[in-house]
Design a protein around this ligand. Structure first.
Ligand SMILES: [Zn+2]
Length: 270
């Protein structure tokens, strides 16, 4: 599942290719957007917000539609945004999972398997992302505020880290890796952790995910070779890199929001 750093990379790629360029084709394959077109709009910026992407454009010369608009998307489990040269004939991108096509004269971006797609006035973005906690990769990052949110969570610390209202951007990779780094069991009640533990955990999560931005893929170890990217994530039954105990896994949260987290039973004993 794409996490904050994956969305950050995707947003950066689109930002670099689209900023300042005019859209010559917009195709939203989403029921509520069937009649929406942003042809002629110019891209101002593309930014990540937690696991959401905000593609901001400026419309002019269209009367009441003039002004700043945002194409909001969420990657959910398997979503992607990719772009390539605009050379495709009309009728291309007929794959049923394609949800959006945005083209400039130079580049065409395709949003596939997106979990959410909206077009809103930029002034109304908060209606879509206002519920998010401090963004681990955002300008508003605030470890103390994230820790304060975690302290009031009712469930386990594993579930609390995954709840985007507490802090935004972590999925199962960074939740597992951060808890391992801090030697905290995913099943400890969030309210049992001390204020210092929670702040240190939030700081660690941000450092790990931000550190991963230097690489083309998610890595907490700084090693991008296959199977060496993480300490515990997807390393079931392999020896813990710290103590040698076989890595284990278990569910946190309540269905249907429950997720599988990897951990070391020795380093992260209850
Ligand atoms: Zn261990």
């Amino acid at each position: 599942m794409p996490e904050g750093d994956a969305v950050w990379r995707a947003a950066r790629r689109l930002h670099q290719a689209f900023t300042g360029q005019v859209l010559i084709r917009t195709d939203f394959r989403w029921p509520s957007l069937a009649t929406t077109t942003l042809v002629g709009a110019r891209t101002l910026e593309v930014i990540p917000r937690g696991k959401h992407m905000l593609h901001r454009v400026e419309v002019s010369g269209r009367g009441t539609l003039d002004g700043a608009w945002t194409i909001h998307s969420h990657f959910r489990m398997d979503g992607t945004w990719r772009h390539s040269a605009t050379t495709h004939p009309p009728g291309a991108f007929r794959t049923p999972t394609v949800r959006a096509v945005l083209a400039t004269a130079e580049r065409t971006a395709v949003g596939d398997t997106l979990g959410m797609l909206d077009v809103v006035r930029t002034a109304d973005e908060h209606l879509l992302v206002g519920h998010l906690g401090p963004d681990v990769l955002g300008r508003d990052w605030d470890a103390a505020r994230a820790a304060a949110h975690l302290a009031t969570a009712s469930g386990t610390i594993g579930a609390a880290l995954l709840d985007q209202r507490n802090l935004a951007g972590l999925g199962t990779i960074w939740t597992a890796e951060s808890l391992f780094a801090q030697r905290i069991s995913p099943w400890r009640p969030a309210s049992d952790l001390t204020a210092d533990e929670l702040v240190a955990l939030a700081v660690r999560a941000q450092k790990l995910i931000a550190g991963s931005l230097r690489y083309p893929l998610s890595t907490s170890t700084g090693d991008t070779r296959r199977g060496r990217e993480t300490y515990v994530y997807r390393r079931l039954r392999q020896p813990c890199r710290r103590c040698g105990t076989p890595v284990s896994a278990g569910m946190v949260g309540t269905p249907p929001q429950d997720r599988n987290l990897f951990y070391c039973p020795t380093c992260q004993a209850h």
